[in-house]
Design a binder for this molecule. Structure first.
Ligand code: 13P
Length: 252
């Protein structure tokens, strides 16, 4: 795996077509083609067509924030993985904590979505993370390793995937996890990956998400088991999004 950090932006339900268009133009001039493969963007489904076939953004990884586990059918309001692939998307988020907590998604749903992503040739980004109650009860490592293990049931390693560790209590709260908490969780996830796929965990990027900003990217990026970031709020502006990546590369 490249030693360069990955910087992925999850816009959640933000930005309409006009702001998206301006962002993408500015992003294309701020980040060279050779740097783009270190970035990923997860836009709302309604504006994803602005990335599809966009020549300005050659090399960028991108996709949806969610898919259904069926690729077509009577599922009003859902995103089809097959359609995403046809649009030339590369990645998709699965199991984000907002999907789990607000839309009742289970580990088993995440596992089914992983299989569908692999089936159509998208790289899924499995999001895992503990709630504050789970952390207080010292269940963090058990919870996130179980989320990962279930999501990967039946997974064939010929398909690529990424992992994102996002403690629920650090998302959108401004409260970033301390670097040693992040490192501990990432190390546990890598160990879990190594148990499932011996000799291969190094190939799987594990990103951190939860109130990442330019000001904390350098320290977080310096942790040995952090391979990048999944950024919410600070990915909405080109300046902070790109600055997070640049700061994260700095080695103390
Ligand atoms: P914030 O960076 O806004 O805390 O969001 C993190 C996140 O949920 C990314 O998926």
């Amino acid at each position: 795996m490249s030693s360069k950090l990955i910087c992925a932006g999850n816009w959640k339900m933000n930005h309409g077509p006009e702001v998206t268009n301006a962002f993408l133009k500015d992003f294309a001039s701020a980040v060279s083609i050779s740097e783009r493969s270190n970035f990923a963007l997860f836009l709302p489904a309604l504006t994803l067509h602005q990335l599809s076939g966009n020549e300005l953004l050659e090399g960028l990884n991108w996709g949806a924030q969610n898919i259904h586990w069926e690729t077509s059918g009577a599922f009003t309001g859902e995103n089809s993985a097959a359609v995403l692939k046809e649009m030339k998307a590369t990645h998709v988020l699965v199991g984000h904590s907002e999907r789990r907590l607000l839309f009742n998604e289970t580990n088993e749903d995440t596992q089914k979505k992983m299989q569908t992503a692999a089936q159509v040739g998208l790289t899924p980004v499995i999001c895992v993370g503990e709630t504050l109650d789970e952390r207080k009860a010292e269940k963090t490592l058990d919870v996130i390793c179980e989320q990962l293990r279930i999501a990967l049931k039946g997974w064939d390693f010929i398909h690529t995937f990424w992992v994102a560790y996002e403690p629920v209590w650090a998302i959108g709260t401004g409260e970033v996890a301390r670097s040693e908490q992040v490192e501990e969780a990432h190390k546990a996830l890598k160990t879990q990956l190594e148990q499932i796929f011996p000799g291969k965990s190094e190939k799987v990027p594990v990103l951190y998400g939860g109130s990442v900003k330019p000001e904390n990217a350098r320290e977080l990026g310096a942790q040995p088991h952090v391979n990048g970031f999944l950024v919410g709020g600070a990915s909405l502006k080109v300046e902070s999004f790109v600055s997070i990546w640049r700061q994260g590369q700095e080695v103390d």
